[in-house]
Design a protein around this ligand. Structure first.
Ligand code: KG4
Ligand code: ZN
Length: 336
């Protein structure tokens, strides 16, 4: 059978990305041009700045992906592109480029849900991984516990009712003056801090709920910091970071394992930017062993935003006949 070559484009937030994949699971190139330094000074992503930077970068990034794969446009069979969720102006840059290429070169277009892309990152890393399994998707914008029943077939078991897990990491890091993005900084400090130093709340919600809530924990940490400042008492930043992280991880890990057990699965798969967290990987793996549940996660480079994961999801959509037309629009709040 002829190989299927996918060109994938992702521009939903602050990374301009293009990748080329062979048969969905083999990366030929994966180019990520990050804007982190640009947004750092504002303490978070500035949507308009992100869109403008995507416009400057997109052609270059696509060309680099082709060059690295030693291919040209004539070799491409499918174009996959993120059309939501994300920042509308940012999404439109990648989407317009993909539509223009699809039209000009007469190549089928596949619109991909960004969250679906995060899940698919695992198919690239784990060649034998097949659905069904339970997947915990934790990123800057999303916290979902999903039953992946087949390729492109999902049932949401729970999601956050307020902040996303990564958003909570970023906000607490900001309060601790650690800079943006906060997740990796808190991860690093947690390794030297005492995770039992402060007993922050673990919010489990109703007994049978697989939903999450992080705003109460966020307020508890902010209140703790304010009260320390008012009393002129020393704040041990690494202890706050470690205690906060532990409170997040306890809930994420307990609910993921419980979801697998309730639904009868022996596999839990991690995805999204927060899946890069070393404490989360470790804790989930330990708990998985206890219950005979296999834990899988992508390498760091495929946890945070990239186009390879979008290409993998696009490949399976293409095989399933889910091709988009040129009326495809950006959907900032696209649901899974
Ligand atoms: O998936 P991603 O790149 O973008 C979204 O789709 O949102 O995720 C970015 C999020 C940020 O909130 C960042 O702080 C968090 O992932 N993150 C981490 C780590 N690395 C990135 N959070 C905790 N520990 C990390 N090591
Ligand atoms: Zn993402």
């Amino acid at each position: 059978m002829k190989d299927i070559i996918t060109l994938a484009i992702e521009s939903s937030c602050d990374e301009t990305c293009a990748a080329i994949l062979k048969n969905g699971r083999e990366i030929l190139s994966n180019v990520v041009s990050t804007q982190i330094d640009l947004h750092k000074k504002f303490g978070g992503v500035v949507p308009e700045v992100a869109s403008r930077k995507h416009i400057e970068n997109i052609e270059l990034v696509i060309q680099s992906a082709l060059d690295e794969a030693k291919l040209s446009f004539k070799d491409i069979d499918v174009i996959g592109v993120t059309y939501g969720p994300g920042l509308v102006g940012a999404l439109l840059v990648g989407l317009s480029s993909a539509k223009a290429l699809s039209f000009a070169l007469d190549i089928p277009l596949v619109g991909v849900n960004h969250i679906e892309g995060h899940i698919a990152a695992n198919f690239i890393e784990h060649k034998d991984l097949e659905p069904p399994f339970v997947c915990l998707i934790v990123s800057g914008g999303h916290t979902h516990l999903v039953e992946v029943k087949g390729y492109g077939e999902y049932e949401i078991l729970g999601k956050t009712r307020d902040d996303a897990a990564g958003e909570a990491f970023d906000k607490i890091a900001r309060a601790l003056n650690l800079g943006y993005p906060g997740g990796p900084k808190i991860d690093k400090l947690s390794k030297i801090g005492n995770k039992k130093a402060i007993d922050f709340p673990r919010i489990y919600l109703e007994e049978d709920s697989f939903d999450f809530s992080f705003s109460g924990l966020k307020s508890a940490v902010l209140n703790y910091l304010n009260s320390k400042k008012m009393k002129n008492e020393e704040i041990v930043v690494e202890d706050v970071a470690a205690s906060f992280q532990e409170a997040v991880l306890d809930v994420l890990v307990d609910k993921s394992i419980k979801a697998a057990r309730v639904k009868g699965y022996d596999k839990v798969v991690l995805a999204g930017g927060v899946a890069a967290n070393s404490g989360l990987r470790e804790k989930l793996s330990e708990k998985g062993k206890e219950y005979n549940i296999d834990i899988k996660y992508p390498p760091l480079s495929l946890c945070t935003d990239n186009a390879a994961m979008i290409g993998c999801a696009a490949y399976y959509d293409y095989l399933n006949g889910k091709v988009s037309d040129l009326y495809l629009n950006a959907v900032p709040n696209l649901k899974l």
